[in-house]
Design a protein around this ligand. Structure first.
Ligand code: CA
Length: 225
């Protein structure tokens, strides 16, 4: 899902620059230019991260940061105009996650955004993005970081389901996909491969049901949120 980044900044040129870079980096950026509008916007739109200018009309960045911390631990990166200001802000323990001094390079800000989001979301999130990693050259599968021991057919079946994740396949389609010919395999063969795959995946990723049976149709693989 696209992450939403709120820019709280009263200088339109800087805000526009940040929004352009956020968009290019794949984030959905939006902007408020008035300090008094920041907290209601954050409550209403629940951004994934906030770039917060210090000097703002009507309510300053420090006050906004403190108010936000009363109801949310959303990552906040403060933008300050003076480098000496950063020491003072750190001493105030406002609860900001990082500080960037103006004038900044937008590239630098994007790098900080990425780092802070990664730190905030933690390793769980990273793992959730791809619980299964397949190395086709070595014919190796890792699930939850563990190397799985799979038969060639199990490997082919898992690879096929993963490549087409979210799609439902009948047993016949799966047989077609993993066998070159139909010698004497019955469609129960697929059931037994699926059973073994589930057992092996279940050991590496306890509590995760990745391969789902679709009653009367067949199977599909979902990686989940
Ligand atoms: Ca300002």
């Amino acid at each position: 899902m696209t992450q939403k980044i709120l820019v709280v900044e009263d200088e339109p040129k800087i805000a526009k620059l940040l929004l352009d870079y956020l968009k290019a980096a794949g984030y959905r950026g939006f902007w408020v230019d008035d300090g008094a509008a920041a907290v209601p916007t954050i409550q209403g739109k629940r951004p994934d991260l906030i770039l917060l200018d210090l000097m703002l009309p009507n309510k300053d960045g420090m006050t906004i940061c403190k108010e936000v911390r009363a109801f949310s631990d959303v990552p906040i990166i403060m933008l300050t105009a003076r480098v000496e200001e950063i020491d003072r802000l750190l001493g105030l323990e406002l609860g900001a996650d990082d500080y960037v001094c103006k004038p900044f390079s937008p590239r630098e800000v994007m790098a900080r955004v990425k780092t802070v989001l990664r730190r905030f979301n933690g390793p769980d999130q990273l793992e959730a993005e791809s619980p299964i990693v397949i190395d086709l050259d070595r014919r190796e599968v890792r699930a939850g970081g563990q190397l799985l021991t799979l038969t060639p057919n199990e490997f082919n079946l898992l690879n096929y389901l993963l490549k087409n994740k979210g799609r439902v396949f009948s047993r016949d389609q799966l047989l077609d996909a993993i066998y070159d010919d139909f010698r004497d395999v019955s469609d129960r063969t697929i059931d037994s491969h699926i059973k073994n795959l589930r057992k092996k995946l279940g050991r590496a990723l306890p509590g995760r049901e990745l391969i789902m049976s679709i009653y009367g149709v067949g199977y599909k693989l979902e990686l989940g949120a």
